[in-house]
Design a protein around this ligand. Structure first.
Ligand code: ATR
Length: 264
């Protein structure tokens, strides 16, 4: 039977099995999808199981999106340029790494009717998912991308990959149309200590976090009269792209799917 896993550490929180199993059942695909917590030393042997046919495909989450790359035969252009892989598939006996986070982010903004072209974007954080977000925003022709990260060096490193970004000090708020929280602040109900009182109220506050459903960052944005969205749309759309790569079927994204992720 075909089998798929999401690998990461920690992995308990992952909703990928729930979503993929739902779609597989709906599309009469006889396969199962499970989560697997791995240590870094186990990554290579786990991935090799795809080559011998014991595993059909993998999703990759934090903190392994970059670490899996040395064990793959080829990367998609997007995975290559972001140094980030979240989906692995065997094609012609070669292990190929894809990045569906880029499409996930792009389609999330599209479904919100937010057109990034010519817009000013402010990104908080410089962790694993940020290269995919910058790549997507560049493709959508955002006019200005400003990054602010507690550890400035990590933001500076991103500039080597994406020369057009601007780096600013952590702790200040800069002018934006769209602000994205890509830090882990909020996962445990922490506040982000930033003063948004001087911005207008027609902005979009986007959080990559989807559990909790509404972080303090989003609560603040909403209170100030802005549009807000958590990370579940991005999550669903990246999963849909992985599903299509594996099964050749575009899964349906409706309210039932979104609700599936809420009652956990
Ligand atoms: P990684 O950095 O290993 O890729 P991540 O979860 O993708 O992990 O990213 C965590 C992000 O949240 C980072 O940008 C991190 O900032 P640092 O680079 O300075 O570590 C940010 N972050 C986590 N805790 C934070 C805190 N208390 N204050 C500000 N930023 C924080």
């Amino acid at each position: 039977m075909k089998n798929y896993f999401v690998i990461g550490n920690p992995i308990d929180h992952s909703l990928s099995p729930k979503l993929h199993n739902f779609w597989m059942k709906k599309n009469n695909i006889g396969a199962f999808y499970d989560k697997k917590k791995l240590e870094e030393n186990d990554i290579e042997s786990f991935i090799q199981q795809i080559k011998v046919g014991d595993i059909t495909g993998l999703n990759v989450t934090v903190p392994f999106k970059k670490k899996v790359i040395p064990f793959l035969d080829k990367l998609s252009p997007e995975a290559e340029q972001t140094h980030s892989v979240n989906t692995i598939i065997l094609q012609n006996n070669r292990l190929i790494g894809y990045n569906t986070d880029i499409g996930g982010f792009t389609n999330a903004l599209k479904s919100l009717n937010f057109d990034s072209k010519g817009k000013k974007i402010f990104i908080l954080g410089a962790g694993g998912v940020v290269p995919s977000i910058i790549f997507a925003l560049n493709k959508m022709e955002a006019s200005e991308i400003t990054i602010s990260n507690r550890t400035r060096k990590k933001a500076e490193d991103l500039k080597l990959q994406f020369s057009n970004i601007k780096i600013e000090e952590w702790g200040n708020v800069y002018d934006f149309d769209l602000i994205i929280n890509a830090t882990s602040l909020g996962l445990n109900n922490e506040d982000i200590d930033l003063d948004f009182s001087k911005i207008d109220n027609n902005k979009l506050f986007f959080d990559v976090i989807y559990n909790p459903i509404e972080t303090n960052f989003l609560k603040t944005g909403k209170k100030l009269g802005n549009q807000t969205e958590n990370g579940r749309l991005m999550f669903v759309y990246q999963a849909a792209e992985a599903f299509e790569l594996w099964h050749g079927i575009k899964p349906e994204i409706d309210n039932k799917v979104i609700k599936l992720l809420e009652n956990d």
